[in-house]
Write a protein that binds this ligand. Structure first.
Ligand code: DHB
Ligand code: MG
Length: 224
């Protein structure tokens, strides 16, 4: 039913005649053909993130975990004012993403950085602190879940006041709330949720989601 609702509603909110439809579908097909895991955000999620950036006038966004560039294409294609910096660890994913982003005509506004988020983000943070790079107005974290809290702490140091940081996949079919689950990704995400609640300057919420990607959720925070 969750998939049926996405399949019903999405084409009404975003008709296939929209200018970015082909680029988005091509990116998914090319990613799949290149053997990437089919774990990109759903179309509805991609559009939601893009609408958030439009509503808040984000000019510089940061993504950790590019995969094949599908969410990057959503963010940039729906937001002509937006420049995106996106970080990807896997060299093959970087190559596929760069190709997809170029095919979408967005290479001039989307910078794909090859590297581990935990190495690249401190460098970006230092550049923002030094005034060499503008602070970000939105951050989407969708990479190695073990580093979720590290990424949020780094992101917090390089955003404009009142910016949103969003972390994907925090609920995982409810595993988040199972204290006996020892999956390091779940343990780390519990640490994110618990640490964020005690961190000055962060006001956060866990929002459960269902849809074509099943039952999961986002951690969503405003940095004050
Ligand atoms: C997985 C990772 C994701 O970022 C996602 O959205 C869904 C699944 C995974 O590693 O299984
Ligand atoms: Mg994800």
């Amino acid at each position: 039913t969750w998939t049926a609702v996405d399949a019903y509603a999405f084409p009404h909110s975003h008709p296939a005649s929209r200018p970015n439809t082909k680029a988005l579908e091509d990116a998914l097909a090319a990613s799949s053909a290149a053997g990437l895991p089919e774990i990109a955000v759903s179309a509805a999620q991609g559009k939601f993130l893009a609408l958030h950036c439009r509503a808040t006038g984000v000019t510089h966004a940061l993504e950790v975990g590019t995969l094949g560039g599908y969410s990057a294409i959503w963010l940039a294609s729906e937001n002509p004012q937006l420049r995106l910096t996106t970080v990807e660890f896997n060299a093959h994913h970087v190559e596929v993403a760069r190709r997809n982003i170029a095919a979408a005509g967005l290479a001039d506004r989307v910078e794909v950085i090859h590297g581990a988020g935990i190495d690249v983000l401190p460098r970006l943070r230092d550049e923002v602190k030094a005034g060499a790079r503008p602070p970000f107005g939105f951050v989407f974290i969708d990479a190695d879940k073990e580093n979720n809290w590290n990424y949020v702490k780094l992101a917090k140091e390089m955003v404009r006041p009142n910016s949103v940081i969003c972390v994907d996949n925090v609920v995982r079919q409810g595993k988040l709330a199972d204290p006996n689950n020892t999956d390091p990704r779940i343990v780390a995400t519990r640490n994110l949720v618990e640490s964020a609640g005690k961190e000055p300057g962060l006001d956060s919420v866990v929002l459960q989601t269902v849809g074509s990607k099943g039952y999961d959720g986002w951690w969503w925070a405003v940095v004050n």
